[in-house]
Design a binder for this molecule. Structure first.
Ligand code: UDP
Length: 244
């Protein structure tokens, strides 16, 4: 965590821009110290209210970013604005660009078989020179030592982990010491979007803070988990009220 951070319903969030977040990640690569980056949206913050393991992991993260209009709004409402939204998908693109420029090795872990390969193909076209350290789909057994060995031996600088929240944070935190990768980051559905099988909301909706509604309409199966959003709003308003 940086020392410029703010608390949103018990979860510390770093008050950094996209550019600062990417620079910090590059510092982790230079230091070669395994560092965990989480991108917290409203769903993750609400999950951390009940899931003590996730809450503890978020406290131990080297960087927690405000992924989502909800968390940006909440930080402002609770008194300490964050400079901007730093979405996991966008940070991934920024890290891939910097990786292509500086030769950082990227390992892609997660999503259904074939998806990481498709995402890598798109990324290699978009970011010429990008080095792929390796890839592995996300449907392996939780204690699969082979996967850890595969990643460790590939010697990546960045591990993009797309297993979904909170599985990816728990897996990365548990295996942080064994993996010995400087930048460990949970990126959720990023590979699916990059591979073109899931669409992201249009930019105007992202800017208007409406990405969640697009997600709900395009993936209605998310309804149950998205019920966390109104609960998040109510909890933030309550917290803002009681702190007056
Ligand atoms: N996934 C995976 N292994 C699992 C469960 C999920 O690799 O055991 C992948 C899934 O295929 C998808 C991603 O994790 O690519 C989760 O995407 P989602 O948009 O749900 O991410 P979240 O909203 O949880 O960040």
């Amino acid at each position: 965590m940086t020392n410029n951070r703010t608390k949103v319903l018990g979860v510390w969030v770093d008050r950094v821009t996209m550019d600062q977040a990417a620079q910090i990640a590059e510092q982790f690569i230079q230091l070669r110290e395994p560092s965990l980056i989480a991108t917290a949206n409203a769903e993750m913050v609400m999950l951390a209210q009940q899931d003590e393991e996730l809450a503890a992991i978020l406290r131990s993260c080297e960087l927690v970013l405000a992924d989502g209009a909800g968390v940006v709004w909440a930080a402002g409402r609770l008194g300490h604005r964050v400079p901007e939204r730093v979405a996991g998908f966008d940070l991934t693109q920024e890290l891939l660009l910097r990786s292509a420029q500086h030769g950082y090795r990227v390992f892609w872990l997660g999503a259904a078989p074939g998806i990481a390969e498709a995402a890598i193909q798109k990324a290699t076209q978009k970011y010429p020179g990008l080095i792929t350290a390796g890839f592995q789909d996300g449907f392996f057994s939780a204690d699969d030592q082979d996967v850890i060995r595969l990643i460790h031996e590939a010697k990546p600088d960045i591990l993009l982990c797309a297993l979904g929240v909170p599985k990816q944070e728990k897996w990365l935190s548990k295996n942080k010491a064994l993996l010995q990768v400087p930048v460990l980051i949970g990126v959720g559905g990023t590979f699916d979007v990059m591979a073109g099988i899931v669409k992201r909301a249009p930019v105007w909706m992202q800017k208007a803070g409406l990405e969640w509604s697009y997600r709900l309409l395009s993936q209605p199966t998310r309804l149950l988990r998205m019920l966390a959003l109104p609960r998040f709003v109510v909890s933030v308003l309550k917290a803002a009220w009681t702190s007056r």
